[in-house]
Design a protein. Structure first.
Ligand code: PEP
Ligand code: MN
Length: 336
């Protein structure tokens, strides 16, 4: 249930509502807007005695949240949320472009890529230090040495960094280096990991599982949000279909559908959704047209020698061109 407090509700009235919610064995999440405070009540269905809360002093209105995800629901913040990562805003009027190699491979590769991304106008840097590979014999990532290189690249360019965390016990370490934690497609329903990144209070980029429904994606976001971590963005990265020419099938529907269902920013990863460099720019443009808040794109200075996902990685000059196109398109659509 969403409890909307009156504009002039006192702190004591707000606290009384929170106290009543907790008395009922439920949890109250406070969202302080510029005008009103909203209290989102979550917990086991059946416990809630809404009638008691509805008549409390300072309560303006109460409304049920009919969807199974509550804190992720658009009802909670119809204007949409902005997630701040370093100095970068994800969500809101501006299109956010995140780019970098699939894997961190060396200092030279990282510095060269980071500079190219910055010069092209990319706002955040990506790169995996812990890689979820389909084969145990493939490159598994540089681990902490890779995190150090990401932090070095940030120090040199000022670009905030996002990197994948694969296990709950890695969260504390990755938080020390990264500005945003990526939960990969394969871990979208790793609930222990979702709980751990929720506890961290660090910004999270949550990718859709390759066979997950949009409702399952939002339920996973709900796990993170339920720990009080509000800084979550969700990312479509292609789903498994019967088509085999492309690595995955971009579910372009996911963008407007997610935008209508959730207040969380919505990104698209055209690199993994297509799996081939030649299609990345077209699908990135489609995502901007469909209303995505941002893009996350793989870029490598020498894709033919990349240790992972070289075939879908753009060369720096291709990325430069794509950023120009995406920004022009965003401007036509009234975005900044
Ligand atoms: C990645 O971003 O490199 C990655 C492994 O993505 P996904 O989890 O979407 O496959
Ligand atoms: Mn990759």
């Amino acid at each position: 249930m969403i409890v909307t407090m009156s504009t002039n509700a006192s702190q004591a009235e707000i606290s009384a509502v929170v106290g009543e919610v907790e008395n009922q064995g439920l949890k109250a999440h406070l969202i302080r807007g510029t005008e009103r405070t909203v209290i989102v009540v979550v917990g086991e269905a059946g416990r809630l005695q809404g009638d008691v809360i509805r008549v409390m002093p300072g309560v303006f209105d109460t409304a049920p949240i009919v969807r199974p995800y509550k804190l992720a629901s658009r009802d909670v913040n119809p204007q949409g949320s902005v997630v701040h990562v370093g100095g970068v805003a994800i969500g809101g009027p501006a299109l956010t472009i995140i780019a970098g190699p699939c894997s961190v491979e060396s200092r030279q590769q990282m510095m060269e890529t980071a500079h190219a991304i910055q010069e092209a106008g990319g706002q955040m840097l990506r790169g995996g230090a812990y890689k979820p590979r389909s084969s145990p014999y493939s490159f598994q990532g540089m681990g902490e040495a890779g995190l150090e290189l990401l932090a070095e690249a940030r120090a040199e360019t000022g670009l905030p960094v996002v990197t994948e965390v694969m296990a709950p016990e890695q969260v504390a370490l990755v938080v020390r280096y990264a500005d945003m934690l990526q939960i990969g497609a394969r871990n979208m329903q790793n609930y222990n990991l979702l709980n751990a990144v929720g506890e961290s209070q660090h910004p999270v980029l949550l990718k859709r599982g390759m066979s997950a429904t949009l409702e399952e994606l939002l339920m996973s976001a709900e796990y993170i949000l339920s720990h009080g971590n509000r800084r979550v963005a969700v990312c479509e990265r292609g789903i498994r279909t019967f088509e085999t020419i492309t690595r995955n099938t971009t579910d372009i529907n996911a963008i407007p559908v997610l935008k209508s269902l959730t207040h969380l920013p919505v990104l698209l990863d055209p690199s993994h959704s297509t799996g081939q460099r030649t299609y990345v720019a077209a699908i990135a443009r489609a995502a901007v047209a469909a209303g995505a808040d941002g893009l996350i794109i793989e870029v490598h200075p020498d894709p033919d020698r990349a240790l992972s996902d070289g075939g879908q990685s753009l060369r720096p000059e291709q990325f430069f061109e794509l950023v120009q196109q995406a920004r022009r398109l965003a401007a036509v659509l009234g975005r900044s």
